[in-house]
Design a protein around this ligand. Structure first.
Ligand code: AVI
Length: 308
């Protein structure tokens, strides 16, 4: 695991446009920063989706009743804190099993113990693994439904997003469903404020990746020699986060030296935004069709039900 981290970081820093994978944001400290981001006024995706979910779940209940689906195996991909699944489980009473898949087992174990306290009769399983690849689920009579909230799909490049959706279809099988949160294209200022908040929490979240590399990979990034940058790339429909070098400098990582020019950046994250119709094309290419769409007021966030 550590070796993979090192190899990924070295490979990323050797690129002409230096880059680091956003999956390395989420050490213990990074996960705490992310929780703080979700509480920010400017970061609308978290609270907007959360406020949509009770209505989504109530309508889903009706939808599945009409389809005579009486039991559902709910499978959350990349489940972290399990906050979003609670309003779904509360309303969608035909969920008879819940499986949470995530790379970080420890965080998930804690969250699932807490979830079990709120839903004592629900069988809860935790699967540790790479949720972007096909996974073997335990055989069940219930209809599988994936759950991928938070617009985490936006952190994949469109081709990887398509591949994820295809693999999720393999994991869930024929006749399954997928409930997804997708952040939409909107006013540029609103987008940029969400990723460059006035309390600088997102800046700390972004820079924490350097702290982690210093600590775990014997590196000497000087944090105050880099600044957080978040801007909307209109052409590609994505927020890009970078760390910009404030000076010409050298950084050592595990004995290898990297040169930075003044103003040069490390690209740390993309967060793609989709018009619902654009997302439909992606879903269709992965073998899904959109069955339902819920839009937040002003269309600032979408929740979709896909079926295959
Ligand atoms: C986890 N993911 C959906 C977040 C996003 O909005 O792309 C990560 C994030 N990065 C900065 N703020 C939040």
């Amino acid at each position: 695991m550590k070796d993979e981290f090192l190899q990924d970081v070295l490979a990323g820093l050797r690129l002409p446009q230096k880059a680091l994978s956003p999956k390395y944001f989420y050490d213990a400290k990074g996960s705490k920063y992310f929780d703080q981001i979700c509480e920010l006024e400017e970061y609308y995706p978290y609270r907007t989706e959360l406020s949509l979910l009770p209505e989504v779940a109530r309508e889903l209940k009706q939808y599945f009743k009409e389809k005579s689906v009486s039991s559902i195996q709910l499978v959350e991909f990349g489940a972290g804190s399990l906050h979003k699944v609670k309003p779904v489980l509360k309303e969608l009473t035909m969920v008879t099993e819940f499986t949470a898949i995530d790379i970080s087992g420890e965080h998930l174990q804690e969250a699932s113990t807490e979830l079990a306290a709120s839903f004592p009769k629900l069988p809860i399983k935790v699967a540790q693994g790479d949720f972007t690849k096909p996974i073997k689920l335990e055989v069940s009579e219930a209809t599988p439904m994936g759950f991928f909230p938070g617009s985490t799909i936006g952190n994949f490049d469109p081709e990887d997003a398509r591949e994820f959706l295809e693999n999720a279809r393999t994991t869930l099988g024929e006749g399954s469903y997928m409930l997804l949160g997708v952040d939409t294209k909107k006013d540029q200022q609103m987008l940029e404020d969400a990723y460059d908040d006035s309390r600088n929490i997102t800046a700390r979240f972004n820079k924490n990746i350097l702290t982690r590399i210093n600590r775990e990979l014997n590196a000497d990034f000087e944090l105050d020699q880099f600044e957080h940058v978040a801007s909307y790339n209109q052409q590609l429909g994505r927020i890009e986060m970078h760390l910009r070098s404030l000076t010409a400098q050298q950084v050592q990582v595990s004995g290898e030296t990297f040169q930075f020019e003044k103003g040069e950046t490390i690209h740390t994250e993309n967060s793609y935004k989709y018009h619902p119709e654009e997302f439909d094309q992606l879903a269709t290419a992965a073998g899904w069709r959109r069955e339902c769409l819920w839009l937040a007021p002003d269309g600032i966030f979408a929740v979709m039900l896909l079926a295959n």
